[in-house]
Design a protein around this ligand. Structure first.
Ligand SMILES: [Zn+2]
Length: 531
């Protein structure tokens, strides 16, 4: 086993670093040759994981149960699932990677239009958060969805190819394969979503009714005439900032990059080296959103953003840096295969844990130097926003999770209608009149992070669980009132020791057990936001 790992890493490590760097180049420049280089390297890596003899060897060892050493056993698990995911014949794999790359390239370089004028996603967000003219809002919202129709045929084709690949290794479809090889369980996920939806039905209906009244009034229309473009976000996945207080005004004369840098240094998780390597501002051809990036599992960590001094970007940079510190602080003494987060949702949890602070009144007071009256004013509404954002997110994630599950179960069905059925059911947003388009496909996650969305929800649950543990057991406080973690190194110390350093040394639920004393539970999320 040890010998196998040594040989494997010697091949995979340098290729992974090269592929990562090619992806960075492609995302920052939008150049076709960078995308091609990335696709080729990715293909080369996947070919290694395709090797059927090596997979048979791993399977045999795993089933024998002979690997007792914790580190070795975890590496075996990682390898086993990585090989299992890639037991696809080379021709099919090549088609998959090509199509994936083609969609991403189209997506990244596509610009929607309003009255024939090209607009960026930043322009669209500005219109959706400030414009009062309903016609202009509708045009901007539709512009945000145009990329959906442009890529949907390729995307459906991709879904079918992924299903074909999954069936060849014995799964009913790609959704099932993703969950199982992600060391998760569909029944458990279904149960979590059912529980969360049941617990939020009433509170969401109430919050939405209040919100609709405020929104309708601001546009001078009746609440029943509200359409999807009235909700400040193309997918209504973020809370419109409408209640008496606009948080953007607190950030517009600040530098969100400097705030994030100062904050992370204060909790003992400095990010200056990360920011120095990062690509932070909008540019033609560049990937329009944000992500965190690790080149080599050896300290070269960066983020990509399109920063503006708004609350949304304050949250985003805190979030992406949360991912980045997870990567940065893995124990470099651990083997390469384990220098990864315990699971993709555990890194989401750390990102969310910090991202939530952009609306925390105490945090804003301490970071922005606000007087007490202003803090009180923010507090009055920010708690409502935080609660709203979380309840809203449960509903939105339920749309994504259920849609994708059905998308892979039957990609031939009328997906455009299915999408709006789910949006009406969970988000209580009306479908627009007229023929339905494939606006749903403008959600890039369907292409780049398939069957992944539930992990954002699990991330929220874990962020609340960690928050609760830190408040009660690390800071020894009775309640989390006024907790902002500003300047408190105990927070960074705890997270580094219990979550970041171990990386993937333990199965995700064992890591959570060790860090908080119990396995993952929705309990603390519900306590914090839904009660
Ligand atoms: Zn994230």
């Amino acid at each position: 086993m040890e010998q196998f790992i040594d040989i494997h890493i010697a091949k995979v490590e340098p290729l992974t670093t090269q592929a990562n760097l090619a992806y960075w180049d492609a995302s920052t420049t939008g150049k076709p040759e960078d995308y091609e280089r990335f696709n080729n390297l990715q293909l080369e890596i996947r070919r290694i994981y395709h090797n059927p003899q090596e997979f048979a060897f791993l399977k045999e060892i795993k089933e024998s149960g002979q690997v007792g050493d914790v580190r070795l056993a975890r590496q075996l698990d990682k390898l086993y699932y990585a090989y299992l995911r890639n037991q696809i014949e080379p021709e099919l794999l090549e088609k998959l990677v090509d199509l994936d790359g083609r969609i991403q390239e189209k997506y990244n370089t596509f610009r929607g239009t309003i009255d024939g004028q090209k607009v960026t996603m930043s322009d669209i967000y500005t219109i959706l958060t400030t414009e009062k003219d309903c016609h202009k809002r509708e045009l901007a919202w539709r512009a945000s969805k145009q990329v959906g129709d442009a890529i949907v045929d390729d995307l459906i084709q991709l879904v079918k190819l992924r299903n074909e690949a999954a069936r060849k290794v014995g799964f009913d479809n790609y959704h099932t394969l993703s969950i199982v090889t992600g060391e998760q369980n569909i029944k458990e996920l279904d149960d979590i979503f059912k529980e969360l939806c049941a617990l939020t039905n009433e509170s969401f209906a109430q919050l939405k009714k209040e919100l609709d009244q405020v929104l309708a009034e601001s546009y001078g229309i009746a609440p029943e005439d509200l359409m999807p473009w009235h909700y400040h976000d193309p997918f209504f996945q973020r809370t419109p900032l409408v209640y008496d207080l606009d948080l953007d005004i607190y950030y517009k004369d600040e530098d969100v990059k400097e705030l994030a840098e100062r904050y992370y240094a204060g909790v003992g998780l400095p990010v200056d080296d990360i920011l120095a390597r990062s690509d932070l501002y909008d540019r033609e051809g560049k990937y329009p959103h944000a992500f965190s990036f690790e080149a080599d599992r050896d300290g070269d960590v960066r983020i990509l953003c399109n920063l503006q001094n708004t609350e949304r970007w304050m949250e985003t940079i805190l979030h992406e840096l949360g991912h980045a510190i997870y990567s940065k602080y893995h124990d470099r003494g651990e083997p390469w295969l384990l220098r990864e987060p315990a699971h993709s949702f555990t890194t989401e949890a750390i990102a969310m844990f910090f991202g939530r602070l952009s609306r925390n009144a105490k945090w804003m007071q301490q970071m922005l130097g606000l007087p007490d009256e202003q803090r009180a004013k923010i507090e009055k509404v920010s708690e409502k926003y935080l609660q709203y954002q979380q309840v809203l997110f449960v509903r939105w994630a339920a749309v994504m999770y259920n849609f994708e599950k059905q998308l892979y179960a039957d990609p031939e069905q009328d997906l455009n209608t299915l999408w709006w059925d789910l949006v009406e059911k969970y988000q209580f947003v009306k479908r627009p009149p007229g023929p339905v388009d494939a606006g749903w496909a403008s959600k890039l996650h369907f292409t780049t992070a398939p069957c992944y969305y539930h992990n954002y929800m699990l991330g929220e649950l874990l962020a609340s669980q960690l928050h609760n543990h830190i408040v009660q057991k690390v800071l020894m406080l009775e309640s989390d009132e006024g907790v902002s973690y500003v300047g408190d190194r105990r927070v960074g110390d705890y997270l580094r020791r219990k979550v970041l350093q171990p990386g993937a040394l333990y199965h995700w639920n064992e890591m959570i057990m060790r860090a908080t004393g119990e396995p993952l539970t929705p309990k603390y999320f519900v306590e914090q936001f839904i009660k």
